[in-house]
Design a protein around this ligand. Structure first.
Ligand code: SF4
Length: 450
């Protein structure tokens, strides 16, 4: 079976709203695009949380180093967590000249013999795509030999951005896993969580609430995911896209192929968590379920408001600049607003057209959407008198220079900020950051300096 996805079709995704109005391709490669993470890295991010699968990088050792273990994706898998081991064929000059296929086949044999994974993802990288190793054929032969799913992931870094790579990871799962197994039982409220990677356990903040309502998470792509479950994903009643528009091609194709509708939502902040739970209940189209969801949301909001009250008083009048990507550009902004913080600017450079529109709605007309946050954020901190910068680790130095508090909201974050309880974690972390004197002190001039 030909499994290489057509990049052009993925760039012109019809389900992206801007493609309906403008003739603009999403995720089109631009010079320098891979400096923010290459397509291979994006594919690994999308698939790596499957801890019962082995992830074999067919390329130089350095490719593995770019993405392995960069995120704290929680898993409750009781077996051997195979993501703790980095697998690579480490192709060398010799392989470039004489082909790396034999090495790949041997690596697969080795992993199957010593690690017994539920499936094996084989990632193509720039070098192995350029030398033309036939990864599809090797995976096919190995799958037949061992009766274990072998999934070639065609997302070499040079095809484009991290976002496109995640989309290609989704294509690989659709081509090789989804629909290959039947679930033991089906319920009317089976859903798939798509694009939820369970970073720092975000999904564990809200899945107990879904369970309480009788909604079953049939499978995930890929947070706390299991290979056996994603193989049954075609029997779900609803696809819930959480924070990852890159997987919209996958959900559109699942709708065409299996008739599964999809909704897109966020679980950051009080309002969005409530809206998300209600949206799932409404999409499952059951009046009793919707009523139960309303009661649950009201109960959880009341509990949260009581706990949040002292924080909201503390944050009164505080302003924040947000520099992150994807749908966090607006979902984290909404969470900050729930805490009573004014978000004066958010970075939209790494956001889709849809996310930019939502960011505009969330921040209102006065809020600044930063297209070049590296250059703009320091100036905006001065102009707006912001008290807080929320960003990835690289922006810490801007906060230090400006003497304002800093919080990491990207994948390096240590605590979950998802769901209702995650908002409390966020409030606590931001309060601690603001009360921490280190930011003011390191920015202070020495007494002998003017
Ligand atoms: S896949 Fe290509 S761009 Fe990505 S890390 Fe490897 S060599 Fe670099």
């Amino acid at each position: 079976m030909a499994t290489k996805p057509k990049i052009k079709q993925l760039l012109d995704e019809s389900a992206c709203s801007h493609n309906k109005t403008k003739k603009v391709a999403c995720n089109a490669p631009k010079p320098g695009a891979t400096t923010g993470g290459c397509a291979f890295e994006g594919a690994q991010i999308a698939l790596f949380p499957y801890a019962d699968a082995a992830h074999l990088v067919h390329g130089p050792m350095t490719c593995l180093g770019t993405s392995w273990e960069t995120r704290t994706t929680g898993t409750s898998w009781q077996g051997r967590d195979l993501t703790q081991t980095g697998f690579t064929t480490d192709v060398s000059l010799n392989d470039v000249v004489f082909s790396g296929e034999e090495k790949l086949a041997k690596a697969i044999d080795y992993i199957i013999e010593y690690y017994s994974p539920e499936a094996l993802f084989v990632y193509v990288t720039c070098v192995t795509a350029l030398i033309g190793d036939d990864i599809d054929l090797i995976c096919k032969r190995a799958a037949e030999k061992y009766d274990v799913p072998m999934i070639p992931v065609h997302a070499p870094g040079f095809v484009g951005s991290k976002n496109l790579g995640s989309r290609l990871g989704g294509e690989a799962v659709l081509a090789h896993l989804i629909g290959t197994k039947e679930p033991e039982e089906s319920t009317p409220f089976d859903i798939n969580l798509i694009g939820e990677y369970n970073v720092t356990g975000d999904m564990w903040q809200y899945t107990p609430l879904l369970k309480e309502l009788g909604i079953r998470v049939l499978s995930t792509l890929s947070g706390d995911g299991r290979v056996a479950q994603i193989r049954t994903a075609h029997r779900a009643k609803l696809n819930v896209i959480v924070c990852a528009k890159s997987l919209i091609s996958l959900t559109r194709k699942m709708e065409e192929r299996y008739g599964i509708p999809s909704i897109s939502l966020s679980f950051y902040g009080k309002r969005d968590t409530s809206k998300g739970i209600l949206a799932i209940a409404e999409a499952l189209d059951d009046a009793a379920l919707v009523n139960r969801a309303r009661t649950l949301v009201a109960r959880e909001e009341q509990k949260l408001e009581e706990k949040l009250a002292p924080y909201v008083a503390f944050f009164k009048g505080k302003k924040a600049v947000l520099n992150t990507g994807g749908n966090k550009t607006w979902s984290i902004a909404a969470a900050l607003q729930d805490l009573g913080i004014e978000v004066v600017a958010t970075a939209v450079k790494k956001a889709t057209e849809d996310d930019r529109e939502k960011a505009r709605q969330t921040l209102g007309e006065k809020g600044v959407l930063m297209m070049d946050p590296g250059a703009e954020q320091a100036r905006l901190i001065d102009e707006t008198g912001a008290d807080l910068l929320l960003a990835g680790g690289r922006s810490l130095y801007t906060a230090i220079k400006k003497g304002i508090a800093f919080a990491d909201v990207n994948q390096e974050k240590k605590k979950s900020y998802g769901g209702y309880d995650g908002l409390l974690n966020l409030a606590e972390d931001l309060k601690n950051a603001m009360q921490n004197p280190v930011f003011r002190n390191v920015a202070r001039r020495a007494p002998w300096e003017k």
